[in-house]
Design a protein around this ligand. Structure first.
Ligand SMILES: Cc1cc2nc3c(=O)[nH]c(=O)nc-3n(C[C@H](O)[C@H](O)[C@H](O)COP(=O)(O)OP(=O)(O)OC[C@H]3O[C@@H](n4cnc5c(N)ncnc54)[C@H](O)[C@@H]3O)c2cc1C
Length: 798
């Protein structure tokens, strides 16, 4: 373990807790000598990701455990916390969040201004509409909590070397490491980078680029405030997101911190080794003035109390503000545990997940939101700087599910980008690549209004869906991940890797990947191009995540695994007239006999040699055309030119999701994640339980024969202006029945649709009297027994 901040100490403790005792922490100075010592120590259990929220709740409960083991006071102040709303939009979102907390297991309460005033008498609540209260929030002593974790780990056998600087990491041929320190070498099997402010430098020692950026951050401490001195109790932790600030009690005064719009990145090109322990940065009062003034307005007595002390210290941010946790691809036995922006809320949870990963081979549940492999080589230092700054400045900005943040864009663009721009595409970004979300009407500005309800995209997306259902649509699907797996051992390897049967030559099959626990690891499409040659496709943003898994299981087998995602583009043609179009441009026969559903062939399309798969992600007759990127634009032009007479129309990802929802097609990260098993989500129909062996087989057999905790169903919701997004609770009468995994409006069937994980005992409710919280209102809903559109699948097979 490199680093003795809150995160390194938490990992050290959790490794011992889960059974390893031969573990060592190396700290260049004293424990807490990085960001940790000057933190405000606030913690929250609320988070918009249910698994991160679960880990945060666990982490808070752990402090008492290590206090008891170590005898070290952690300085716990479980004061409760209130997130307040001063705008009607924020209040609506807090009410929505409150409903979703039922799904996350968070026991939050909505409270009004009077109750807020009682709990926090120094607040001017005249402009406050309400707040969301969570009893499981507060603050902790950074020194005490770090030392309690470290001491507890020591009691369980861990060693800690202080004043010992790691200077190099040498990877040995057997995959183990020599850790070179200024006091001598340590031989070990695994290295964890928990070096916080210096994680970039410790990354470089192993040739690993760590996409984080330290940002300066201020809080001030006031002198005594009379109202607090006379208050019977302790102020709760206050998050005032509209004011972009937080506040908690400190003795008889307060600590007030701000997330300023005028932010400053620190030590962009590397953290100096001589920084730490007692260093602080020069305050930038001019830059934080706006937010401070807002704070003084909300808490008038704070302005009068006088600033006793002002702290400006750096801490690190990943491009999306989430931690970077897990095994690093390409560097065996090297683990990342850095970019932890909220160490006191998240340190313990992150440490638990990492320790499970190191010891058991996988973390419990879906922690992709903090997986280090969610980024690729596009996340350069410059990218991390722009994105980290954007995240910092928007830390408390009200975010809608359709928000697309602009920093560091465009970064990667597909070969069709200018053509899509000419068609007035509204772009999103996935794995650094610009992707067409939908197409705005000609002569309008191609932007989407952020909203929890249906936005200005609703009508245009509807038109795109109709074009696909009635004639033919064309989609730039270049963002899809494309892997070539081939070679003499490819068949044996693929057969063990995938839980499904492998397709025959020239055929395509859906291929679930399972973890040893039987939970899902992937939902890929396997195309067999020749006896020992496969093309595998999947969600583009999972490229590093998939490649790590593929490589971890390759051993020294004789095969090639190549990520072709950048060098190959993909264009999807979908709709009843798509065969007519393909017949006009393709060199071979594309009729149903020559090219049946779920088959794949190489042929010329226009001038280019392409791989064509007869697939459907829309529920219509459709083809996916894979082509080397240099040919993609000419091919796209040709398809548009020839398709013009058939009424061809470009469509985007939003239309794709709506069309897929009408067909009840689940997608990765929503219906399919490591939280679920094949029997829960219906992917069991692709699992070949009779196969001799595959990863997760034993657990999959148990899963097949056990009643699942939740089962995936399709639902129809009676909602006029908004659709479900995910993790909304589903009620049966007044009983909690389960939760939504994703939702969309079905433009063909003219219904608000969703997919939901429900407890099995509710599945046969004959009266079908369900309801779902959409934004802040309960809407009637019912289970629909089959896909809303073409349940027999005749159209895509036609
Ligand atoms: C002003 C401020 C207020 C904050 N308030 C809060 C808050 O209220 N709540 C919250 O949750 N978070 C808060 N934070 C963030 C919090 O401080 C960080 O999330 C947390 O400290 C990160 O801990 P860490 O262990 O990852 O990194 P660090 O604390 O930076 O620890 C890294 C350690 O690694 C050691 N190290 C580095 N390189 C080497 C090497 N080569 N060899 C040996 N040792 C090495 C360093 O000396 C250091 O001790 C705040 C931060 C600041 C700056």
């Amino acid at each position: 373990m490199v680093g003795g901040g809150i995160v390194g100490a938490a990992v050290l403790y959790h490794l011992t807790k889960l059974g390893w005792s031969d573990v060592v922490l190396v700290e260049r100075k004293q424990l807490t000598a990085g960001s940790t010592w000057h933190a405000a120590g606030g913690f929250h259990s609320m988070n918009s990701d249910p698994n991160v929220a679960r880990l945060q709740a666990y982490g808070i409960s752990l402090y008492k455990e290590v206090e008891a083991i170590s005898g070290q006071d952690v300085g716990m102040h479980l004061t409760g916390g209130i997130t307040i709303a001063a705008t009607s939009e924020r209040w609506e979102v807090l009410r929505y969040e409150h409903e979703r907390h039922r799904v996350f297991g968070i026991d939050s309460h909505l409270i009004g201004p009077e109750e807020i005033k009682q709990l926090c008498p120094i607040m001017d609540t005249s402009k406050v509409i309400g707040g969301l209260y969570d009893a499981n929030e507060g603050h902790i002593d950074p020194y005490g909590s770090t030392h309690a974790l470290a001491k507890s780990a020591r009691i369980a056998g861990a060693e800690i070397f202080l004043n010992t600087k790691v200077e190099d990491l040498v990877h040995k041929p057997d995959g183990s490491w020599t850790v070179v320190t200024d006091k001598g070498n340590i031989q070990c099997e695994h290295v964890v980078n928990a070096a916080g402010l210096w994680a970039r430098e410790v990354g470089q020692m192993a040739g690993v680029h760590v996409p984080i950026i330290p940002m300066e951050h201020h809080y001030l401490l006031t002198g005594d405030i009379d109202e607090i001195a006379g208050f019977d109790g302790e102020l709760p932790l206050i998050l005032d997101m509209d004011g972009e600030m937080y506040l908690r009690q400190e003795r008889n005064g307060v600590l007030l911190g701000v997330y300023e719009k005028n932010s400053t990145a620190w030590s962009v090109n590397g953290t100096p080794w001589d920084y730490g322990e007692t260093d602080l940065l020069e305050p930038r009062l001019d830059d934080i003035e706006t937010e401070l003034m807002r704070g003084f307005e909300r808490f008038p007595s704070v302005a009068d109390a006088g600033i006793r002390h002002i702290i400006n210290g750096p801490f690190t941010f990943a491009p999306d503000g989430n931690p970077l946790v897990g095994p690093v691809r390409g560097v065996q036995n090297y683990w990342s545990c850095c970019g932890v922006m909220a160490g006191f809320s998240q340190g313990n949870g992150v440490a638990l997940a990492l320790s499970q990963w190191m010891i058991n081979g996988e973390p419990d549940g879906d922690i992709f939101a903090m997986d280090v492999n969610r980024f690729g080589d596009y996340a350069t230092r410059s990218y991390a700087l722009e994105k980290g700054k954007e995240f910092y400045e928007n830390r408390f900005t009200l975010l809608c599910p359709n928000d697309e943040w602009p920093a560091a864009r465009p970064n990667k663009v597909s070969a069709l980008h200018d053509r899509l721009q000419q068609a007035n595409a509204v772009f999103g970004s996935s794995f650094g690549l610009e992707i067409p979300l939908w197409f705005a009407p000609p002569d309008s500005v191609p932007t989407e209004t952020p909203s929890f309800r249906r936005s200005n995209a609703h009508e245009p997306v509807g038109e795109e869906c109709h074009a696909v259902r009635e004639s033919v649509g064309i989609l730039d699907s270049s963002s899809i991940a494309k892997y070539e797996i081939s070679g003499p051992d490819a068949v044996a390897y693929m057969d063990y890797l995938f839980a499904s049967r492998l397709p025959d030559c020239g055929r395509v099959r859906m291929g679930p990947l399972l973890l040893p626990s039987g939970h899902l690891k992937g939902d890929l499409t396997i195309m067999r191009l020749a006896e020992d040659s496969f093309m595998v496709t999947g969600s583009g943003y999972l490229q590093e995540f998939h490649m790590l898994w593929f490589e971890q299981h390759a051993g020294n087998k004789n095969l090639r695994i190549i990520n072709r995602s950048n060098e190959m583009s993909a264009i999807a043609i979908a709709g009843p007239l798509s065969r007519e179009l393909m017949a006009l441009v393709a060199s071979g026969d594309v009729d149903n006999n020559s090219m049946p559903f779920m088959s794949v062939q190489t042929m010329n399309v226009g001038l280019a040699q392409c791989l064509i798969a007869r697939l459907s992600f829309t529920g219509e007759l459709g083809y996916e055309i894979y082509v080397p990127t240099v040919y993609a634009r000419a091919l796209y032009d040709q398809l548009l030119k020839v398709g013009n007479k058939l009424g061809i129309r470009p469509f985007g990802i939003r239309a794709l999701l709506s069309l897929g929802m009408e067909k009840s097609f689940g997608i990765w990260s929503r219906e399919f994640t490591p939280d679920y098993t094949p029997a829960m989500c219906g992917l069991d129909r692709f699992v070949d339980y009779g196969k001799a062996d595959f990863i997760g087989r034993e657990a999959a057999l148990v899963d097949r024969d056990t009643k699942p905790e939740h089962r995936l169903v399709c639902m129809e919701i009676d909602s006029a202006d908004a659709d479900a997004w995910g993790y909304e609770p589903v009620w049966y009468k007044d009983e909690y029945a389960g939760f939504i995994s994703s939702g969309a409006y079905g433009h063909t069937v003219r219904k608000s649709l969703a997919m939901a994980y429900l407890k099995p005992r509710f599945l046969d409710s004959s009266d079908n009297e369900f309801s779902v919280h959409i934004v802040d209102q309960r809407k009637p809903a019912k289970i629909i027994p089959q896909a809303a559109y073409d349940p027999s699948g005749s159209r895509m097979r036609s």
